[in-house]
Design a protein around this ligand. Sequence first.
Ligand code: CTP
Ligand code: ZN
Length: 153
Amino acid sequence: MSDHELRVSKIRNGTVIDHIAAGQALNVLAILGIDADSGETVSVGMRVPSDRLGSKDIVKVEGRELSQDEVDVISLIAPAASINIVREFDVVEKHRVERPDVVTGVLSCPNRHCITTGDEPVDSRFDVLDDGIRCQYCETIVREGIANHIDVD
Ligand code: CTP
Ligand code: ZN
């Protein structure tokens, strides 16, 4: 893409989550706990033309790196995503997300009676299956709409 086509400007320090499946950018923001009140500087591109994916979403978060738990959950909704760590305008690290065996935190179990959804401070843990995720505590399986179970508090 030439300079005059640049849609979202480069960042100085932070993380660029690139090659996000088109339409998933807002879910990625939710995974990162970013909303209007979080005070972070964030750029979002939605349905940006991409050679590799046809069309993609992109999220740039300034001044922060992501936790492994956040990256793990991003991999479930955006399996082709790449995580680029930027320092002083240079990409100093780039890696593709990998589907993990287990995801911890970030998602909440849809079972109201699950020990992870009560007042007890028990972190959620899900086994990652080929076609969904399964709560390690109550065995509830979520196959569709994983993004609807992002913990928002
Ligand atoms: N980027 C950015 N700010 C920087 C450097 C890079 O926002 N200071 C963004 C680029 O716009 C791009 C992503 O980070 O979306 C990865 O940058 P780079 O590795 O330079 O681009 P490509 O080589 O095109 O990446 P890939 O091979 O992963 O497609
Ligand atoms: Zn459960």
